[in-house]
Design a protein around this ligand. Structure first.
Ligand SMILES: Cc1cc2nc3c(=O)[nH]c(=O)nc-3n(C[C@H](O)[C@H](O)[C@H](O)COP(=O)(O)O)c2cc1C
Length: 171
């Protein structure tokens, strides 16, 4: 897919076909996160690719908005160390947002859907993934082939009016 088409086609996919996503595609999607920029190139993040159905089912219970992970072919857990201070926390989260979007666009480029989920039950998420107590499972990204409709550029996205959001030269 062209970059511009992938940007316009990405959306949160929350229902998936049972088809697996090839390991090479999952690696490429994760590589997009690995290549993402981070402040001072710290790369505090770690990414855990999960395809085991029992783990996916477990992860689908760690947040009220995580249900879509149960039926996904895979999930990528985004893990951060607990921050030293508030500034590092903000920076790490900014970095993770960039990695998230890189992951989602790389998936869209392959016609593969993704969906965010927050994590509420931190202890359960750590246990499922074997993550140590001094790290947080910050977000989850479900990955799989969309069950509802294929990814294609969305002509009228559900967004605030462009001119309300994008200003020129001044507020
Ligand atoms: C930080 C963040 C957290 C999110 N958490 C969830 C979530 O827990 N569950 C969910 O279904 N969607 C979640 N979303 C997806 C948003 O609801 C979605 O991106 C937004 O409604 C725009 O829709 P779109 O991604 O399809 O364009 C999250 C998105 C972001 C950026």
């Amino acid at each position: 897919m062209e970059t511009w088409d992938a940007i316009r086609a990405r959306r949160n996919v929350r229902s998936y076909l049972p088809d697996p996503v090839p390991a090479a595609d999952l690696d490429r999607i994760a590589e997009a996160g690995w290549r993402a920029p981070s402040a001072s190139n710290r790369q505090h993040w770690r990414f855990i690719i999960v395809t085991d159905r029992d783990q996916l089912l477990g992860l689908s219970t760690v947040w009220r908005g995580a249900g879509h992970i149960a039926g996904a072919a895979a999930a990528i857990a985004l893990v951060l160390p607990q921050p030293e201070d508030e500034r590092m926390k903000l920076t790490d989260r900014y970095d993770l947002g960039q990695a998230t979007y890189a992951i989602m666009l790389a998936a869209a480029d392959l016609g593969i859907g993704t969906g965010h989920s927050s994590v509420g039950e931190q202890a359960r998420a750590r246990e499922i993934l074997g993550v140590p107590d001094d790290h947080d499972v910050t977000y989850l990204i479900s990955v799989g082939h969309p069950a509802d409709r294929p990814l294609k550029p969305i002509l009228k996205p559900d967004r605030l009016p462009f001119d309300e959001v994008v200003r020129r030269d001044h507020w």
